[in-house]
Design a protein around this ligand. Structure first.
Ligand code: URA
Length: 220
């Protein structure tokens, strides 16, 4: 653990008032574990009643890249792991194409419980659940966030604008991390013509993580 990390404020509601990420103090993996235990007791919205498993998040607590999706689907609900169904396989492929593995990144969703029949998240569910995502981001402190689809992008940007206007830009966020917005992999599966654009977004993600300037002529 590196010394001198900044304070990470976590809400009292989560039972973690303040943690200092410094040597000898709670580290990212420990803080995530405490938060996971909190999520596994959550009854803040109706979705805990219909879910099979809470889907907290998975990956490297020290990741530079953090992906944020919408909500668990059927396979994720069954396994308790984010992005393990068809959309997840496409996410893994896009990631591997830019030279990263799933073990190097962290993956989470705005909602930790599956909405019945994979319906869209409701505003009250997002309001109840998103403080968990907020804390995950504050603990991990990724260099770059990547929003997969509109729900994640709207939450991370804090404004409602069409996905088309959010893509192909490097956004600043309240977390200090940069943000890249791309299509939800499920949307790419439904419309394979989006694959080239998704590849372009992932190339941009790689360039931002690796600290290169964005030269659009080098994007595929
Ligand atoms: N879609 C999401 O948004 N998240 C998952 O974990 C799986 C599918």
């Amino acid at each position: 653990m590196k010394k001198g990390r900044q304070l990470v404020w976590l809400s009292e509601e989560l039972g973690i008032e303040e943690a200092i990420l410094a040597e000898g103090q709670a580290d990212k993996a420990e803080l995530l574990e405490r938060l996971r235990q909190e999520v596994f007791r959550c009854q803040k919205c109706r979705l805990y009643k219909t879910k099979r498993n809470y889907v907290f998040g998975a990956g490297n607590p020290y990741a530079e890249i953090m992906f944020v999706g919408e909500a668990p689907g059927g396979e994720e609900d069954k396994q308790g792991i984010p992005f393990v169904g068809r959309a997840g396989k496409l996410l893994t492929k896009l990631l591997e194409e830019i030279g990263y593995t799933r073990e190097q990144v962290y993956i989470a969703n705005v909602l930790k419980c599956r909405p019945p029949q994979n319906r869209d998240p409701r505003q009250d569910e997002i309001a109840a659940c998103s403080p968990y995502l907020d804390s995950q981001i504050k603990i991990i402190q990724p260099k770059v966030l990547c929003a997969l689809g509109r729900f994640a992008a709207v939450f991370l940007l804090g404004k409602q604008i069409p996905l088309s206007q959010m893509r192909m830009k490097v956004h600043e966020t309240r977390y200090g991390a940069k943000l890249i917005v791309t299509y939800h992999p499920a949307a790419v599966l439904r419309n394979p013509r989006l694959m080239d654009s998704a590849r372009r977004d992932f190339a941009m993600l790689k360039a931002v993580v690796e600290g290169e300037g964005i030269d659009s002529s080098r994007l595929p």
